[in-house]
Design a protein around this ligand. Structure first.
Ligand code: ZN
Length: 398
């Protein structure tokens, strides 16, 4: 059988991936260094800056506190925080977040814009890239605000905050995330229903054979930023949406699109509950761990903290999260790769057409410029899919 890439193409693929591999090896170390810097040298000056800025803002906008509508707004935040002083906490946490964003932005720009353009993978215009960056940074800031009021605010007011916060969020993760799922893509891309025609008919038949109900098949216009092919299922049961990007419709034959959707269909039937229950329990356990560390910090006066759930412990929380994620990434990636292998086997059973499935994988590898044989340590560290070379090789010969 012909190989996925010619020797010349393989040289280009390796050259494209090398910087990514270096990044993957170095970035965790950089992140760790930055976190330690924030915990050590930068904690005190940042806190002083936050307090001074909050005091200045308070003086300048004193009138706003009693303004008609804003009054309610201020009262809500006072209540969430359990008193005044949330301004300094919010500024401290946002300053940390923005420092990380700004320091890592050259690396981020090189990888998501420069390198992608150099290898013809990106169609980002500078304007669109700028807008998407602003959206992402904005979402990061919202998340920080949620952390400040949701976690710290609650911890300051409630004794068993980790249960009060953990249980509803865990339930929300179990139930709601799959319901919200289909709408996430729309934040960045335009989506339209796949028009009626032979492809839609074939996909509908395939999903009927697989006994999978769905709300719609939509086309997501990702070609405005990228040349990669993509297909995924979002949502669940009545909200399940089959999402194909416009690139896959352009690059793949109908049979190949059907093969790709058959693989995605394999993920529908896998048992999601063990995974979800495990992550919900892990979340509550992690919050409990944070609670213990917050108590320790308060008791010992770490980082100059004077009370429980002092905002100055944010870098410590980030460090805990970093450690937990680094340790668990290989484990969850291992399970993910097993699920991918099973989804491939399922697709082959469903379509009964190994030749087209193979073509589909080969084309995906070519269009997306995937490394057929990435280094073993990288796979172990957190690759969610088995190497494409392995996937192609494991298809039974006709
Ligand atoms: Zn998959």
């Amino acid at each position: 059988m012909e190989p996925i890439f010619t020797p010349e193409q393989l040289i280009e693929i390796k050259a494209y991936h090398l910087p990514w591999y270096i990044r993957s090896a170095v970035l965790p170390m950089v992140n760790l260094g930055l976190l330690l810097l924030m915990l050590g040298a930068l904690n005190k000056p940042y806190y002083r800056f936050a307090e001074a800025s909050a005091a200045r803002l308070n003086n300048r906008f004193r009138g706003l506190r009693s303004a008609p509508v804003l009054r309610v707004f201020f009262r809500v935040f006072d209540r969430l925080w359990g008193g005044p002083g949330w301004g300094a906490a919010l500024i401290f946490a946002l300053a940390l977040q923005l420092t990380f964003t700004i320091l890592l932005s050259p690396v981020e720009f090189y990888f998501s814009y420069v390198l992608e353009h150099r290898y013809g993978m990106s169609t980002y215009t500078p304007l669109r890239y700028f807008i998407d960056t602003v959206k992402t940074v904005g979402m990061g800031c919202m998340l920080v605000a949620c952390l400040v009021f949701g976690l710290y605010g609650l911890a300051r007011r409630t004794r068993r905050w980790w249960l009060v916060l953990g249980v509803p969020v865990a339930i929300l993760m179990l139930v709601a995330s799959s319901l919200i799922d289909p709408y996430r893509g729309r934040l960045f891309f335009d989506q339209q229903p796949l028009e009626a025609g032979p492809l839609r008919t074939q996909l509908t038949e395939l999903l009927a054979r697989a006994d999978i109900t769905f709300a719609d098949i939509v086309v997501e216009k990702t070609s405005v930023i990228s040349k990669r092919v993509q297909a995924y299922f979002a949502g669940q049961g009545p909200t399940r949406t089959i999402v194909l990007n416009d690139v896959i419709l352009r690059e793949f034959t109908e049979g190949e699109v059907v093969a790709a959707v058959a693989h995605e269909a394999g993920h529908v039937n896998e048992s999601k509950w063990p995974n979800r229950i495990a992550s919900s329990l892990a979340l509550v356990a992690f919050l409990f761990l944070i609670d213990r560390f917050l108590r320790l910090a308060a008791a010992r006066g770490w980082f100059g903290t004077t009370q429980f759930a002092d905002i100055r412990t944010v870098p410590m929380l980030m460090l805990l999260l970093f450690i937990v994620m680094t340790v668990f990434a290989p484990i969850s990636a291992w399970f993910s790769r097993e699920r991918e292998r099973e989804a491939d086997r399922y697709a082959l059973r469903l379509t009964g057409d190994p030749a087209t499935f193979r073509q589909m994988l080969v084309k995906a590898a070519r269009v997306n410029k995937m490394d057929p044989e990435p280094p073993g340590w990288l796979v172990f560290k957190g690759m969610s899919h088995p190497p494409i070379g392995e996937r192609v090789a494991s298809i039974p010969k006709p």
